[in-house]
Design a protein around this ligand. Structure first.
Ligand SMILES: Cc1cc2nc3c(=O)[nH]c(=O)nc-3n(C[C@H](O)[C@H](O)[C@H](O)COP(=O)(O)OP(=O)(O)OC[C@H]3O[C@@H](n4cnc5c(N)ncnc54)[C@H](O)[C@@H]3O)c2cc1C
Ligand code: SF4
Length: 520
């Protein structure tokens, strides 16, 4: 028998697991130890820092509950705070302080958070702790927080392509010695095809998990959410096994056409050949290395069915773009969060929350985002993001929408994509030129324009596609900031060669549309 004094002197460790740290392969979980307790929390500080899609909150809570159950089954000690528990103080520090004091913990540990806000919060929390503490890596990413900053030290531009090539070499992925396998690094030119008109993409693998209990618990609170959910048939993976199943489905059914159609869009097809594994990866149910190894293995097994450009296109997204964005985030925060290169100040139109617009491309992208908490990259970049930038919307408004609506939205990867890549608010750290387009690009990559209320070929007049006049208006208004950019010079040549009267009419049309933005 241990007396109370001796028990209190025993070493007892409390380990915090954040909602996006569900990595069952982490060293922490490889041995069981009764002196270690894990804590996971569903708290209002996390449900309320943005207005999230209902599927996003359900996805996180569901995955966290499944992860906690697995830990318990493996005989780990786990404390789990449900959203409506009476002893839940609804914030990390309050719950942790209470637990540490009540259970006499002698040591506290956490994994490096991916979000700046939580990183600061836990650093401050630990400064005030009366017990010892330590921080460990999440063992998820393939580059460290500061690796990108170190790689580009002294450089003005942070070219993704150079970072990607460094990552391929460092991890010896698709390499032959120090040369890329096949001799070529980049297959983007082969990977930008429009979907043939009669092509029917593979239907997506979805899960039909019953999440009614969690939905009811959320509905019992005053948490604001956006979007819809079918509580009996939740479509997203919420366990590691489901995530692996989705990955298997992707490599067997979608990888053969992934690269070809990664930029394509078509009405009522919300996932095409995309993997939809961003949520699984961002909460760390699966790791980037196992994802690309699985894709490479499939390509090796089916060389006649999976062309190399499909595989390279996929690998570059994961060890290129994803790791690159994380590096930018840690190199540029916290200033990145307030960047607004064009001093944009407009509001996001209300129809971003309802999908009620006559613009076909936007209607489809927004409605599927509300229905599935998902849109693929080109919809995010060249439809919703493109419109917000052309309409001069304040990057805070744009960020809030993207951070809320997507199941995979966590600040480190949301803000770098939204503020950086899509809104050019960082002045050109992530993108070498703003991603803007008129109807021409959207029509080239999609089947939206043919059946749209607006006419893709018109710049002015009642039915002129709004993207057309807003596009030229954007260049006109920002000539002082963009005129010298060598990648844009050609567009200014075209603009400056237009007749003054035509230019004036286009600017007038843009002005009219901006004033009537809620009615578009
Ligand atoms: C405005 C905007 C906002 C975005 N917000 C997010 C976000 O909040 N969370 C998020 O995970 N991604 C975000 N992205 C990047 C990208 O659109 C999504 O990762 C992708 O659509 C997720 O779907 P998928 O898993 O089917 O991707 P796939 O097309 O199948 O690509 C495979 C994987 O590559 C990675 N990837 C691809 N492109 C990027 C990129 N640009 N940055 C980082 N990783 C990338 C993702 O992990 C993705 O799962 C955003 C892009 C834009 C333009
Ligand atoms: S015409 Fe314009 S608004 Fe309509 S679908 Fe095409 S790009 Fe979108």
């Amino acid at each position: 028998m241990i007396n109370v004094e001796a028990r209190n002197k025993m070493s007892k460790t409390l380990r915090l697991i954040l909602g996006d740290q569900l990595n069952s392969n982490h060293t922490w979980f490889q041995t069981t130890d009764d002196s270690i307790t894990y804590v996971l929390m569903e708290i209002r500080s996390e449900t309320d820092y943005a207005t999230h899609h209902i599927q996003k909150i359900v996805g996180f809570f569901s995955a966290m509950r499944n992860f906690a159950s697995e830990l318990k089954q493996k005989k780990h000690q786990v404390v789990y705070y449900h959203l409506n528990d009476t002893n839940n103080f609804q914030s990390f520090d309050k719950n942790l302080n209470y637990l540490i004091e009540k259970e006499n913990f002698t040591h506290f540990e956490y994994q490096l958070p991916d979000e700046y806000r939580i990183d600061e919060l836990l650093k401050n929390f630990c400064q005030a702790l009366p017990i010892s503490y330590s921080v460990v890596d999440t063992e998820h990413f393939m580059s460290s927080r500061n690796e990108l900053g170190d790689f580009f030290i002294g450089k003005k531009t942070f070219l993704m392509e150079s970072f990607y090539q460094m990552m391929r070499k460092k991890h010896n992925i698709l390499m032959q010695g120090d040369k890329p396998l096949t001799g070529k690094w980049n297959y983007d030119a082969e990977n930008r095809k429009k979907l043939p008109k009669d092509h029917k993409p593979t239907p997506p693998l979805i899960f039909n998990t019953d999440v009614s209990k969690i939905v009811a618990e959320i509905e019992n609170t005053n948490i604001s959410t956006i979007g819809t959910i079918d509580p009996k048939n939740f479509i997203w993976p919420t366990t590691r096994n489901q995530s692996l199943e989705l990955l298997d489905f992707f490599v067997s059914e979608c990888l053969p056409l992934f690269g070809s159609y990664q930029d394509a869009m078509t009405p009522n097809e919300w996932s095409l050949y995309h993997s939809r594994i961003s949520f699984s990866m961002n909460v760390k149910m699966i790791s980037p290395l196992e994802v690309i190894n699985r894709a490479i293995q499939e390509w090796e097994n089916r060389p006649d069915e999976i062309a190399y450009n499909q595989l390279e296109g996929f690998v570059r997204q994961i060890i290129g773009w994803r790791e690159y964005m994380r590096g930018i985030y840690w190199n540029k925060m916290p200033n990145y969060k307030t960047s607004n290169y064009f001093n944009h100040n407009n509001k996001l139109p209300n129809w971003f929350w309802t999908g009620k617009t006559k613009m076909n491309c936007l209607k489809d992208a927004i409605n599927q985002s509300l229905n599935f908490a998902y849109a693929h990259h080109i919809q995010r970049l060249m439809v919703t993001g493109n419109f917000a930038l052309l309409a001069g919307v304040h990057p805070d408004e744009v960020d809030a929408w993207y951070l809320g609506i997507y199941i995979d939205a966590i600040e480190w990867v949301e803000i770098t994509n939204t503020r950086g890549m899509s809104q050019f608010a960082d002045g050109g750290i992530v993108a070498t030129k703003p991603y803007v387009s008129s109807a021409t690009y959207i029509d080239k990559m999609s089947h939206y324009c043919g059946s749209c209320y607006y006419k893709k070929a018109l710049k002015t007049g009642d039915k002129a596609c709004p993207f057309n006049s807003l596009y030229w208006n954007f260049y006109d208004k920002n000539e002082d900031k963009l005129g010298k950019n060598p990648r844009i010079g050609m567009m200014y040549n075209v603009w400056n060669k237009m007749k003054p009267n035509d230019k004036a009419m286009i600017l007038q049309q843009a002005d009219y549309y901006l004033k009537k933005i809620e009615e578009l």
